[in-house]
Design a protein around this ligand. Structure first.
Ligand code: NAD
Ligand code: UFG
Length: 337
């Protein structure tokens, strides 16, 4: 059985991916410093897959700790989810973001090279497309960045491209996620942000259960079907399956692969709110507010390449995303606490 080191595996996308790796016959080795997650998520995953998991509480920046893990286990490939991800916070704390995201990636690839493990899947983001010139967005679209978080993703992409250019024995999949939402259908794991959520979906679920009063919809004057922002929301379980396909691919000596992970369909913020209301069986209160600085109007993926290269196709609907997100919120009113 192949060992896949999952850095950041206690987090939102990582915990769901651990399940899909096990379903596909891989053995995940989880590493996380729990800076934005709780060990409880791993316990919940153990309950779902009905087996105990290997977990190390460690920081990817701590090369000695990582060396110990690589010495204990023969690692076939690494998926790196570890990083900070809040756009607004990155503008307040750019040094911390560059240190953790870029420093963490460099430390990780250094240790990987020492142990001759040169297979890596990296969590990038549609944020590297900046304000796209056209939609759907293809992988060869112009890249740009508007905030330190986005810059860390873009700079890491450049670093990984240079690594692959310099040494053709590296196999790297750069996955550009669109908007991951939803939760595992068990309702045992899901998105559990600290404090008041910044992102749309966790904010709506908190409004749905009365923990927050009303959703502010940031902007109703975009050039979109109903004036509100349009995004490519993708169910986190579909996204996680994309990681298994990416691991399969790099283990075939693929070299560098860069793909979008989205559904290819853009839904508006209002459509998302209405679908939540339908699933909940009552109206989600909302009001229109000014545009959020830095936001773009429309963003959705061209999924042709992901289908061609990985055989990836998202199957879950917007209703699935809303139902599963609500289920997690209802079953866990205080998140993992
Ligand atoms: P998350 O915060 O839930 O998961 C990241 C995990 O990494 C957390 O468990 C955190 O404790 C851990 N971590 C952070 N720094 C670490 C370090 N130095 N060493 C060890 N562990 C560390 O976030 P997520 O939503 O699961 O996102 C996973 C990845 O996907 C991130 O890199 C994020 O930037 C990227 N991404 C997320 C989204 C999104 O909307 N969720 C969109 C695009 C890209
Ligand atoms: N929105 C609201 N009200 C809210 C929160 C969001 O109206 O309370 C709107 C936003 O204005 C936007 C849409 O909902 O139009 C989606 O916003 P999110 O904050 O959920 O997501 P973003 O598209 O802004 O960004 C997310 C991640 C980024 C990542 C990007 C692409 O936060 O890190 O998806 O993957 F880069």
């Amino acid at each position: 059985m192949k060992n896949i080191l999952v850095a950041g595996g206690a987090g939102y996308i990582g915990s769901h991916t651990v399940i899909e790796l096990i379903n596909a016959g891989y053995n995940p080795i989880i590493v996380d410093n729990l800076s934005n997650s709780k060990e409880e998520s791993i316990k919940r995953v153990e309950g779902i897959v009905n087996k105990s998991l290997t977990f190390y509480k460690a920081d990817v920046l701590d090369k000695d700790a990582m060396r110990k893990i690589f010495t204990t286990h023969s690692i076939d490939a690494v998926i790196n989810f570890a990083g900070f991800k809040a756009v607004g916070e990155s503008c307040q704390k750019p040094i911390e973001y560059y240190h953790n995201n870029i420093g963490g990636l460099i430390a990780l690839v250094e240790v990987m090279r020492e142990f001759n493990c040169k297979n890596l899947v990296f969590s990038s983001s549609a944020t590297v497309y900046g304000d796209p010139e056209s939609v759907p967005i293809k992988e060869d679209a112009k890249l740009s960045t508007t905030n330190p978080y986005g810059s860390t993703k873009l700079f890491i992409e450049y670093i990984l491209k240079d690594i692959c250019k310099a040494d053709s024995s590296w196999n790297v999949a750069i996955l550009r996620y669109f908007n991951p939402v939803g939760a595992h259908e068990s309702g045992l794991i899901g998105e559990d942000p600290n404090g008041i959520p910044n992102n749309l979906c966790p904010y709506i679920t908190k409004v749905a259960v009365g923990k927050l009063e009303c959703l502010n919809i940031f902007g109703n004057d975009y050039d979109t079907k109903d004036g509100t922002g349009v995004r490519d929301f993708i169910h986190v379980v579909d996204l996680s399956k994309g990681h298994v396909l990416a691991v399969n691919k790099i283990l075939e000596n693929s070299g560098l692969v860069i793909v979008n992970l989205g559904t290819g369909t853009g839904y508006s913020v209002l459509e998302m709110v209405n679908t939540f209301s339908k699933v909940l069986g009552k109206e989600i209160p909302y009001k229109f507010a000014p545009r959020r600085p830095g936001d773009i109007g429309t963003c959705y993926a061209d999924t042709t390449k992901a289908q061609e290269v990985l055989g990836f196709k998202a199957t879950k609907t917007l209703e699935d995303m809303c139902r599963d997100a609500l289920n997690f919120q209802l079953k866990n009113p205080n998140g993992y606490n």
